[in-house]
Ligand binder design. Structure first.
Ligand code: HEM
Length: 441
C-alpha cells in the first residue's frame, strides 16, 4: 500500500511553502467575507469581486493544489519530481504574480494586472512542465497520475484564457467575445483543473486513509475521467464557437455523469473499507462530493434554461463549486496531509525510540467536527441567499469565519508539533509512516 511519503517525495519545504501561502490566503479571504460576500449580489465582474474571487481561487485553491501536487505526484508516479529547484522558483514567481495581480484588481491598476497575470502564467507553466516532466520519466502511470496530468494541462488552458482576460481589461481587444472567454476560463479552471485534480487525488488519498484502494475499479475511473475531461473540453469549445447550444448542454451533462461515476467509486470504497472507524476527512469529502454533483446539475439546468450571468443561478453555482466543493474538500484532506507531513518531519526520527503521538492526536476531532457543521451550514445558507436574492450574506460571512476558525485553530495546533520539544507529549508508540500504521492510522 502506498503512503504520502516515499524516497521520491521532494524536500518538505517545497509543498510547505505553497501550503502556508494557501492557509494565509484562506484566513484573509474568510476574515473579510462578511464584507466581500455581498459583492456577489452587485454585478458579476466588478473589480473588488474579482479580487476576492482570485484571493480564494489563486491564493488558496491554486496554491494548495500546486503544493499538494508537488508532494503527491512523485509518490503517485513513483518517480522523483522533474526539478525541485524549478518548483521552488515557481513559488516565488507565483507569489509575486499573485500579489501584483490582486493589487491590480483592487486598485484597478492595469499594468499590475497584466504583469501579475503574466507572472502567474509563468508560475503555472513551470508547474505544468514539472508535473508532465515527472509523468514522462515515470516507470509506471496509473489513472491517478493521468488525472493530475490532465488537470495540469487544463490549468494551462484556463491560465491562457485568464491572461487574455487580464490584458483585455486594458485594451478591450476581446470585444463581444469577453463573456464567452470568461465562461470558458471559469469552466476550464473549476471543472478541468480543480475537479479533475481533486478526483485523482481523492482516489489515492481516500483509498489510503480507509485501506480500500484495492476496491477501486479502473474502468469506471477511466470512464469518469473521459466524461469530465471530454465534457469540459467540449463545453469550453461550445462556449467559444458558434455551435448549436445543445452541444454545451450535452457537455455539461457529461461532466455531471463523470462526477456521479466518481461519487459511486468513493461510496464503494467507504462501504468496503478495511478501516471501519470514522476518519476526519469523511464528512468533508462526502459533503464536497454531494455539492460537486449539485453544482454540475445546476450548470446543466442553467444551460438548458438559457440563463444569463445576470440570473442568480450562475452565481449560486459558482459559490457551490468554489466554496462548497473546493474549499470543503481541501479542509478535509488538509487535516490528513498536514498531520502526516508534520509527523514525518517531527516524529518519524523518534518513532521506535520513544513514544510519539498518533496522527489523530495532533488536533482536536471535536473542534474539526464543529467547524465542519458550521461551515456546511454557511455554504447551504449562502446558496439560499443567492438563489432567493436575500441580503443576509454578511451573516453567512460570520458563519464562515466561525467554521474556518475551527479549521485554522487545528492547523495551528498541528503546526505547533513541528516545534514541539524532543520529549513529545505522547500517548502511544507509533510505527513509521508508509507502513501499515503510519499515514493510514
Ligand atoms: C493565471 C491565472 C489567472 C488569471 C490571469 C485570471 C484572470 C481573470 C480575469 C482577468 C478575470 C475577469 C474577467 C473580466 O470580467 O473581465 C477572471 C475571472 C474569473 N476567474 Fe480568473 N484568472 C486566473 C486564474 C483563475 C483560477 C485558478 C480560477 C479558479 C480556480 C479562476 C476563476 C475565475 C472566476 C470564477 C472568474 C469570474 C469572477 C467573477 O465574475 O466575479 N481564475 N479571471
Amino acid at each position: 500500500m502506498m503512503s504520502l511519503d516515499s524516497r521520491n517525495a521532494p524536500s518538505l519545504d517545497l509543498p510547505a511553502r505553497f501550503m502556508v501561502l494557501a492557509i494565509v490566503s484562506f484566513a484573509v479571504a474568510v476574515g473579510i467575507s462578511p464584507w466581500a460576500l455581498p459583492l456577489m449580489q452587485g454585478g458579476f465582474n466588478t473589480f473588488p469581486l474579482l479580487a476576492f474571487v482570485h484571493l480564494v481561487t489563486l491564493g488558496f485553491i491554486g496554491a494548495m493544489i500546486i503544493g499538494a501536487s508537488y508532494q503527491l505526484v512523485p509518490v503517485a508516479l513513483q518517480a522523483p519530481l522533474r526539478s525541485v529547484r524549478l518548483g521552488r522558483a515557481s513559488f516565488w514567481i507565483y507569489l509575486a504574480g499573485l500579489v501584483l495581480f490582486l493589487t491590480g484588481l483592487l486598485r484597478e491598476w492595469l499594468p499590475g494586472l497584466s504583469i501579475g497575470g503574466t507572472l502567474l502564467g509563468i508560475g503555472f507553466t513551470l508547474y505544468i512542465a514539472i508535473v508532465l516532466g515527472t509523468l514522462l520519466r515515470a516507470p509506471y502511470r496509473d489513472a491517478v497520475g493521468w488525472h493530475i496530468a490532465i488537470g495540469a494541462v487544463f490549468s494551462g488552458v484556463g491560465m491562457t484564457y485568464g491572461v487574455l482576460l487580464a490584458f483585455n481589461k486594458g485594451s478591450g481587444f476581446l470585444g463581444g467575445q469577453l463573456l464567452d472567454v470568461l465562461a470558458a476560463h471559469i469552466v476550464v479552471m473549476l471543472s478541468g483543473w480543480v475537479a479533475i485534480t481533486f478526483i485523482g487525488v481523492a482516489y489515492r488519498l481516500i483509498g489510503m486513509f480507509t485501506l480500500a484502494e484495492k476496491h477501486l475499479q479502473p474502468r469506471p475511473m477511466w470512464a469518469g475521467l473521459v466524461l469530465v475531461a471530454g465534457g469540459t473540453a467540449l463545453l469550453s469549445l461550445a462556449l467559444l464557437a458558434p455551435w448549436p447550444w445543445i452541444v454545451a448542454q450535452g457537455a455539461a451533462a457529461m461532466i455531471l455523469a463523470g462526477f456521479v461515476v466518481f461519487a459511486a467509486q468513493v461510496r464503494r470504497m467507504y462501504r468496503r473499507r478495511m478501516r471501519r472507524t470514522f476518519d476526519i476527512h469523511m464528512p468533508f469529502a462526502i459533503a464536497a462530493n454531494t455539492m460537486m454533483i449539485l453544482s454540475a446539475a445546476s450548470l446543466t439546468v442553467g444551460l438548458v434554461l438559457g440563463m444569463t450571468p445576470a440570473d442568480p443561478l450562475p452565481m449560486a453555482t459558482g459559490w457551490l463549486a468554489i466554496f462548497g466543493v473546493a474549499l470543503t474538500a481541501i479542509q478535509g484532506f488538509f487535516y490528513k496531509i498536514s498531520t502526516f507531513l508534520v509527523w514525518l518531519k517531527r516524529y518519524a526520527p523518534l518513532a521506535g525510540r520513544q513514544s510519539v503521538p498518533k496522527l489523530e492526536e495532533m488536533y482536536s476531532k471535536r473542534v474539526a467536527l464543529a467547524g465542519f457543521w458550521t461551515w456546511l451550514t454557511a455554504i447551504v445558507g449562502g446558496w439560499l441567499m443567492l438563489i432567493l436574492g436575500l441580503d443576509w450574506l454578511p451573516l453567512i460571512g460570520l458563519a464562515l469565519i466561525a467554521g474556518a476558525s475551527c479549521f485554522v485553530v487545528n492547523v495551528v495546533t498541528i503546526a505547533r508539533h513541528w516545534f514541539a520539544p524532543a520529549e513529545a507529549p505522547a500517548s502511544s508508540v507509533v510505527r513509521r509512516p508508509g507502513t501499515k500504521g503510519g499515514m493510514t492510522q
